[in-house]
Design a protein around this ligand. Structure first.
Ligand SMILES: [Zn+2]
Length: 388
């Protein structure tokens, strides 16, 4: 009897695991994987000023190749519960859809990974031809400091070596299998601060208006594209999100003006090169005037897993089971792939993301079956061929 991913997904959806609450979700995964022979560790990470968060690591097998499934059991809050057609933590099925917060992001995906792994083990006398692991965090939707970053470090410290990772985030956009993410853009925030000299608006010669200068600097920063895109990425983009002077009067030239911005950047840049580029553009437009840029710390560099045998293996499995060759994408926001990429190549693939973070988040039960079959095919190929 194949393992039923729908039953596992339902049980997971009934665990109210809004970040940072564990909600019973990791306990359920622990029980399920331990029963199949996985060695399971539950680890809690904390740091001053943040809520402690529980995480889970499970492994079966002692040798390579080592394939790790990664994901998160925490979910965003349900929002107005009264607006849900079915209660957000009830795991109800109606018209072939399983409803609940986390249905696609990403308890459904985790259920499929577990079902696929257990089916694979059952078909191979309980042992993989290598190692299968689960790296499950409870801190992805929150500030993400007590989750994957620390869990990966913890695993590396005990000698865990991963060869490849599949992160089960909901990457499909319209139909299951239409999109795989082979990378993610980096993200960097900054504030441009221009300082002048305050004064009476009727005596501009006695003042130095920072508003004039911030306009010139902002224009200079955005006048030219940051790059022309790369083989797998769109061009990098800088977007100003706020311009602030905070002036409540009409007859005073202010002393300071600020503008906040975010940059989504591709593999042409790292944070240092990007900062240098923006500062040089600002400098040229400032004409010696006083300005500075405060950069926020960022742990989101650009991620890319270059297409090759592993990406092909995943894409082929999807194509075979859906009849759809997936788009290899690097779009969207950041994900835990930014941390995993420091340990092994990572490909993200999972359910249709249309309803994630929304009221009535839901997944077609047929998609859970198909995704399980795809993960199962990936395991079969990975441990059965030289591609690993
Ligand atoms: Zn997610």
């Amino acid at each position: 009897m194949p393992v039923d991913p729908i039953a596992i997904a339902r049980d997971l959806l009934r665990c109210p695991s809004v970040t940072p609450a564990e909600g019973g979700a990791l306990a359920l995964i622990e029980k399920t994987l331990a029963a199949a022979g996985f060695a399971v560790d539950r680890v809690t990470f904390a740091e001053p000023g943040t809520a402690p968060v529980e995480n889970l690591y499970a492994r079966i097998g002692t040798v390579g190749p080592h394939l790790v499934f990664a994901g998160h059991t925490d979910v965003v809050p349900p929002g107005e519960e009264a607006r849900w057609r079915h209660k957000p933590f009830a795991g109800e099925i109606a018209d072939g859809m399983l409803f609940g917060r986390g249905a696609v992001d990403m308890k459904g995906g985790i259920a499929c990974m577990i079902a696929a792994a257990l089916d694979h083990l059952a078909a191979h006398r309980g042992r993989p031809n290598g190692s299968i692991s689960f790296l499950i965090t409870g801190d992805e939707e929150g500030i993400a400091v007590n989750g994957s970053v620390k869990l990966l470090k913890w695993a590396a410290a005990r000698g865990e070596k991963f060869d490849h990772c599949i992160l089960g985030e909901p990457t499909s956009s319209k139909a299951l299998g239409d999109t795989v993410k082979i990378g993610r853009r980096g993200s960097l925030n900054g504030t441009l601060i221009v300082t002048g000299m305050e004064g009476h608006v009727a005596y501009p010669a006695l003042a130095d208006n920072p508003v004039r200068r911030i306009i010139a600097i902002m224009s200079a920063i955005t006048a030219e594209p940051l790059d022309g895109g790369s083989a797998h990425f769109d061009p990098s983009n800088l977007e100003f999100t706020s311009v602030d002077v905070g002036n409540t009067t009409v007859n005073v030239i202010p002393r300071e003006a600020r503008a906040r911005f975010n940059i989504r950047f591709n593999d042409h840049h790292n944070q240092a090169s990007l900062k240098a580029l923006i500062e040089a553009r600002a400098d040229a437009a400032a004409l010696g005037g006083d300005f500075r840029i405060d950069w926020e710390p960022s742990n989101a560099d650009a991620v890319l897993t270059t297409p090759g045998p592993f990406v092909d293996l995943v894409a082929d499995a999807i194509d075979e089971l859906t009849g759809l060759p997936p788009l290899l994408s690097t779009s969207g926001g950041t994900s835990d792939a930014r941390f995993i990429k420091n340990y092994c190549p990572v490909v993200e693939f999972g359910l249709v993301n249309e309803t994630m973070h929304k009221i009535d988040e839901r997944v077609a039960t047929a998609d859970l079956a198909t995704l399980t079959a795809i993960y199962r095919r990936i395991l079969e190929r990975y441990f059965g061929s030289a591609a690993a």
